[in-house]
Design a protein. Structure first.
Length: 105
């Protein structure tokens, strides 16, 4: 199975960033659309790190180091999150129920 470990690292570390954002800004939109945009933005700042892997493998410390280390990746995710939160693709005043309905179409 071909895996992009940069993507796995971002997904693995997103929960930590989301928790920090919730502590700092309880009103920040963290809907699925915004979180996917954060991940995409962060991944565009990281080099791809593809490898053949077994399903369920986790990102190792050496793979994180190849990407610059956990702290660097967390900083990239946080910067992406701050940009997306200020400029959500769905607009600040859009109702979350509308977003869910639109995505289901």
């Amino acid at each position: 199975m071909l895996v992009n470990y940069a993507e796995k690292a971002v997904i693995q570390l997103m929960a930590n960033v989301v928790e920090k954002i919730r502590e700092q800004d309880a009103g920040a939109c963290l809907c699925e659309i915004c979180l996917e945009d954060v991940a995409a933005s962060a991944l565009n700042k990281l080099p791809p790190l593809y490898a053949s892997s077994e399903p369920g493998d986790h990102v190792t410390e050496s793979q994180l180091n190849e990407l610059g280390g956990e702290q660097k990746i967390m900083a990239i995710i946080m910067n992406a999150a701050l940009i997306i939160i200020k400029n959500p693709r769905h607009g600040i005043d859009r109702d979350i129920d509308d977003l869910v309905r639109d995505k289901a179409k």
